[in-house]
Design a protein around this ligand. Sequence first.
Ligand code: ATP
Length: 197
Amino acid sequence: MQFKRLKLSGFKSFVEPAELRIEPGLTGVVGPNGCGKSNLLEAIRWVMGESSPKSMRGGGMEDVIFAGTATRPARAFAEVLLTAETDPDGPFGAELEVVRRIERGAGSAYRVNGKDVRAKDVSLVFADAATGAHSPALVSQGRIAAVIAAKPAERRMMLEEAAGIAGLHVRRRDAEQKLRATEANLARLEDMLSGLE
Ligand code: ATP
């Protein structure tokens, strides 16, 4: 999966719609302190399903919406769109487009290639491609020390993410829940059958 384009609107300091093309090779973002460089990385993490406001440097998730300045009113929503080149024979065709939108008082909504999906589905899309909101490839300020100090279980999670198998845990949990529900249904059925005999 190769990220191609990032579009932001009303996200943190990006009040006006902004579009960035991500070309193959190394991309550098330069600018004065406080101009929004880290906000760009956070937008990538956010659209991939980040659920912790703290790791977005906010108190609540709505803090990602442009909060207004002395001269500009606050915005009612924030939206980030990420386009990636994907395997043409894979489930999304040659291009994957993920959109996350948050509205004040209404929470987040996601779309993948134009279809409404759940946050969990978006996380799985990226986990299967060995990336995601918690990918060790996204190194924000202060994170290097955290990686060095990570406990063995946390380090294992990083390796699993890098290997693209992190999504299997979610699928296993889902499968176990379905299995438990089916077992409960079977037990009920057996009770009913023995009641009929
Ligand atoms: P540095 O080089 O110092 O690390 P940076 O270029 O990485 O800075 P960011 O930390 O990405 O800059 O951006 C910080 C700016 O974003 C601040 O000016 C802050 O006021 C602004 N900002 C963050 N959240 C919002 C928001 N919800 N609404 C408006 N502006 C915001």
